[in-house]
Design a protein around this ligand. Structure first.
Ligand SMILES: [Ca+2]
Ligand SMILES: [Ca+2]
Length: 221
């Protein structure tokens, strides 16, 4: 009886602590089989859980508040970054326009440019690719006119990014798509010999020619 009186505060203390684990209680019960009457004084397991629920909900609410706050902060950061990116893009385009003048021509969203490089079809493709661009392909009269300006300045004939290498008389761009705009000179294309490439003359007209010839290389950006 004396032992039980001495141990009572211990068991009561243990039962009142939420951090006491079920495993700990099982061990204590194993040590003192008769102490079950004391342990039963502790709140039943279900009662403990019920009392704990409001605290968990409160914590969950705090967690959600933090998450929402973090989400809003990230949203604001993304918007700021998007604005900075848009400004940077506009700045780059403007810089290109300045740097290209008077060596390039801007038409719509396209820029046609040459650095005076000359070469055949393979060299021309490689040269433009080296600058992160492709051979010029006029898609309409305005673009054709823009390229013609450059051709006239250089008083040369320029290579276009158009061929009928894959299928005779089927002229495609560098992506393999059949061209929808053309400005052939009278009698062209006539595929004399082996003419699978296209050149532009100073008058803006197109001629199919041998791809091994030497042309002014104009790239588009
Ligand atoms: Ca041909
Ligand atoms: Ca021809």
């Amino acid at each position: 009886m004396l032992i039980l009186l001495v141990l009572s505060p211990l068991f009561l203390g243990v039962s009142m602590q939420r951090t006491t684990t079920l495993a700990t209680r099982r061990v204590l019960r194993g040590w003192f089989p008769n102490a079950c009457t004391l342990v039963i004084c502790a709140p039943p397991e279900t009662e403990e859980r019920d009392q704990g629920l409001p605290a968990v909900q409160e914590l969950q609410g705090v967690k959600e508040d933090i998450n929402n706050s973090e989400f809003e902060r990230l949203e604001t950061q993304i918007r700021d970054l998007q604005t900075q990116l848009d400004n940077l893009k506009a700045s780059v385009i403007k810089t290109q326009q300045v740097l290209l003048t008077p060596h390039g021509v801007i038409v719509g969203k396209k820029i046609f440019k040459t650095d005076g490089t000359r070469g055949d079809y393979d060299a021309g493709r490689a040269s433009c690719s080296h600058m992160g661009s492709t051979l010029a392909v006029p898609r309409d009269a305005a673009e054709n006119s823009a390229i013609q300006q450059i051709v006239t300045w250089h008083n040369a004939k320029a290579l276009l990014g158009i061929t009928d290498m894959a299928e005779e008389d089927k002229f495609v761009d560098l992506n393999g798509s059949v061209i929808e705009y053309s400005n052939w000179a009278q009698g062209e294309p006539n595929s004399k010999g082996n003419e699978d490439c296209v050149e532009m003359h100073p008058d803006g007209k197109w001629h199919d020619r041998d791809c091994a010839l030497d042309w002014l290389i104009i790239c588009e950006f």
